[in-house]
Design a protein around this ligand. Structure first.
Ligand code: 13P
Ligand code: SF4
Length: 319
């Protein structure tokens, strides 16, 4: 629509005027992803978003995604102004892992190396030895296991269980889940697979074990897009937030993509697999953030120093 076009032009002007760059996650609206791409920003998974923001010379980072992504950007670049279209965009994993309860859990298991998923608050990261995202989690745990370390993992039990299976590491799991990925149903994927036996199955490891068990490839959002390109199959069943279809379809225009069912009856669901918090990012609030400096992320200095250590370990980790 014409209003959206005007908004897009306005945001482009504002980004330039503020020496700002837009960093967007694959689950945000198509229009936001497109804008990030057109303006020299990035559309990426959570690890690449962190790397891009930390390295980019812009004075202001506009992070379209959820709260932990903005916080991570600020922790890595305290000298930059970090804005988010909305401060309300949280994550069920972050909500399900309050810092005080988590600290008590860690205190009960002092013999374990604490590894937390990026989808956590700065306060939870501050208590961790390592932060990981889904694209690097298996490699980091393998490395720690080889050193004989026992792991305390939080908050995603499905991702934790998947890593445990892959590596055989001794992992104590926090009981958290992503409300979006948890809805995928193995029966639904099997029914779809029966209709299209030649299709490959791509799954984000925040999904339940039964669904990951059906995957030809399990991985982070970027890894799934890469797999879509590399696999020979021309039909792909995809179990992750439907926001990913924008870039994935661009990457493989000749392939047919199917949303993995979130109900057990084999019917695809057009609106279920979409994160309600990612969906809060819109052109209007993005423009507002740039106009008024609303949605600015601040992280307490002491907390920042403590959270930086495990984040830097992640960024410096080489397989
Ligand atoms: P990745 O993009 O790192 O795969 O993470 C997925 C996610 O849940 C972000 O909310
Ligand atoms: Fe959190 Fe799941 Fe939304 Fe990602 S998709 S931000 S893990 S609730």
């Amino acid at each position: 629509p014409a209003e959206d076009e005007a908004r897009v032009e306005e945001i482009k002007r504002l980004l330039e005027a503020h020496n700002a760059v837009l960093v967007a996650h694959y689950y945000t609206d198509d229009a936001i992803q497109q804008l990030a791409e057109e303006t020299g920003g990035c559309v990426a998974d959570s690890l690449e978003m962190a790397r891009f923001g930390a390295r980019h010379p812009a004075e202001t980072l506009v992070v379209a995604g959820v709260r932990f992504m903005g916080e991570t950007a600020k922790i890595l670049s305290p000298e930059k102004r970090v804005l988010m279209p909305t401060m309300e965009a949280t994550c069920s994993l972050d909500l399900g892992c309050p810092a005080d309860e988590f600290a008590a859990f860690c205190d009960q298991h002092p013999d374990r190396t604490v590894v937390v998923y990026a989808n956590t608050s700065a306060a939870v990261k501050a208590r961790a030895d390592w932060v990981v995202t889904s694209s690097i989690a298996v490699d980091v745990i393998e490395h720690l296991q080889a050193r004989g370390e026992k792991i305390l993992w939080a908050p995603d039990k499905h991702l934790g269980g998947y890593i445990q299976k892959q590596t055989g590491a001794d992992m104590l799991l926090w009981d958290g889940a992503c409300i979006v990925h948890e809805e995928f149903k193995a029966q639904g994927v099997e029914d779809l697979k029966a209709l299209y036996p030649e299709a490959a199955v791509l799954v984000h490891p925040e999904s339940p074990a039964a669904v990951v068990g059906l995957a030809d490839v399990a991985g982070s959002t970027s890894q799934l897009i890469k797999a879509a390109k590399e696999l020979p199959n021309d039909k792909l069943i995809v179990a992750t937030d439907r926001g990913i279809f924008f870039k994935m379809q661009q990457a493989v225009p000749e392939k047919t993509l199917f949303e993995a069912p979130t109900a057990g009856n084999g019917a695809t669901c057009k609106s279920c697999a979409h994160c309600p918090w990612m969906a809060m990012n819109a052109l209007d609030n993005l423009a507002d953030a740039l106009h008024h400096g609303s949605g600015e992320i601040h992280v307490d200095a002491e907390l920042r120093r403590a959270a930086l250590k495990p984040l830097e370990r992640m960024l410096n980790f080489q397989k």
